[in-house]
Design a protein around this ligand. Structure first.
Ligand SMILES: Cc1ncc(COP(=O)(O)O)c(C=O)c1O
Ligand SMILES: N[C@@H](CCCC[NH3+])C(=O)O
Length: 431
């Protein structure tokens, strides 16, 4: 297994943030999400530096959906990032964390009236308007509240990025945004005069998630700056902000070859400079919205191994005390991960096993056919890179409790999300 961030192996045992996994298990029990705070902060700083936030006034907005406890929101604020939210719940979390509302971008393809009202009342900086329905609702709400709201248009630029089809978003056949190729974007711009309470300051596109190539982003820069140029020429509208979305890929398992943050950022910034020079237009403020690439490698999940079923000449199933409820990604996207027995970190990996979860579901498989050292019940199994879309997509299927999240940093650990209790589980149910 590739070691990430502050992971290291000491006396044949895996440590994170200078703490042995066996100590974490003893203190907090399993299953347990571990959050490597140093790595998250380093990733934020890499983005801020290489996307030229100070130098050029560009912005990095963290995509809350990847992992968003109040603690994470406060960290994002401390590191100076902006924030991308997609729901009332994420907005509420930001409010509780006292995140500056003017630094929030509010996304979503079907924002409800309640969500729109909440966003306007709280004073979010930018609504990323997805469709006509939202334009109407937002304008009405702003009229009632006598506010003028800055907006972006979400554009579907027609880029098919190479990633799982469930997490592609930039292609024409998408539920998100105004389509560029059939003139929808232009029509929306032409109609803007009707919406007196809205002020179009930017355009946005997001081409998908877990993307390794830089090329689709460079295409996106070209297409979107071309659009900005047309808007100036055809409608005399000056677009000052260009939001290119997130989706930068990370390493989960062998074969994944993500580019370093520096490379993604520098190439995008450089390309935008070049295209603006060619088109002879003013360089807009650039925004990106990384989620996964800030938190994925910083998160790990530890489990305790329970039953082991060896079906001779077929497969060996090693079952753990969590599964698809704390990590739906393998079942949903056939996502692949790496794992290690933390208490036998350097032992030779001489067998092939399949790691199964405990849900009543045959598809509840976390890792299929992975190399593993001699395994026994009671061992601690760590799955790496579960920091993005693990906790945030966790469920209570089979009424299994969501595990806690513990942050580790320089030999200290602290709970940032408590373990759910059975009382939490049934508190909304009629007795
Ligand atoms: C609009 C938007 N921005 C940002 C992101 C973050 O993506 P990722 O976590 O892959 O960086 C997403 C999710 O794909 C998104 O839909
Ligand atoms: N939840 C997805 C990514 C979501 C993308 C959001 N637009 C994943 O785990 O990969």
């Amino acid at each position: 297994m590739k070691l990430h961030g502050s992971m290291s192996i000491v006396d044949n045992e895996l440590t994170i943030g200078k703490i042995k996994c066996s100590e974490l298990k003893k203190k907090y029990n399993t299953p347990l999400y571990i959050f490597d705070e140093e790595l998250v902060r380093n990733n934020c700083r890499e983005y801020m530096k290489h996307f030229k936030v100070e130098e050029k006034g560009n912005r990095v907005a963290y995509a809350a959906k990847a992992f968003f406890p109040v603690y994470m929101c406060k960290l994002i604020d401390e590191e100076g990032l902006y924030l991308d939210v997609v729901s009332e719940g994420e907005l509420y979390t930001a409010k509780v964390a006292q995140f500056p509302m003017e630094k929030i971008l509010f996304h979503g393809n079907n924002k409800t009236l309640e969500e729109i009202k909440m966003g306007v009342e709280l004073g979010v900086g930018r609504f990323v308007v997805d469709n006509y329905y939202e334009l109407e609702l937002l304008n009405q709400v702003c009229e009632q509240k006598k506010k003028k709201q800055d907006i972006y248009f979400r554009v579907t630029p027609g880029i098919e990025a190479h990633t799982h089809e469930y997490i592609q978003t930039g292609q024409v056949d998408s539920k998100f945004g105004f389509t560029l190729s059939n003139g929808e974007v232009h029509k929306a711009v032409e109609n803007l005069k009707k919406y007196e309470n809205l002020n179009l300051v930017g355009i946005h596109a997001h081409i998908g998630s877990q993307i390794f190539d830089i090329k689709p982003y460079l295409d996106e820069v070209e297409i979107m700056l071309g659009l900005i140029n047309e808007m100036k020429k055809n409608y005399d509208i000056e677009i000052q902000e260009l939001d290119l979305g997130g989706g930068f890929g990370v390493y989960y398992s062998e074969g994944d070859n993500p580019k370093p943050i520096k490379e993604f950022c520098e190439n995008i910034v450089k390309k935008a400079d070049e295209v603006c020079r060619v088109l002879d237009i003013k360089l807009p403020v650039l925004i990106i919205e990384p989620g996964r690439s800030i938190v994925a490698n910083a998160g790990s999940t530890i489990y305790t191994v329970g039953s082991i079923k060896d079906i001779k000449d077929v497969r060996t199933y090693v079952s753990v005390d969590g599964g698809m409820t704390d990590n739906i990604r393998p079942s949903l996207y056939e996502a692949r991960y790496e794992c290690i027995l933390t208490n036998k970190a350097k032992n030779p990996k001489n067998q092939k096993v399949t790691i199964a979860g405990k849900c009543c579901e045959s598809g509840d498989i976390l890792l299929k056919d992975v190399k593993m050292s001699e395994v026994e019940s009671g061992d601690i199994l760590l799955v790496s890179s579960t920091g993005a879309y693990g906790y945030s997509m966790a469920s209570n299927y089979n009424k299994i409790l969501k595990p806690p999240v513990v942050s580790v940093l320089n030999g200290e650990s602290k709970i940032i999300c408590k373990r759910q209790t059975y009382e939490n589980l049934i508190e909304l149910e009629l007795m």
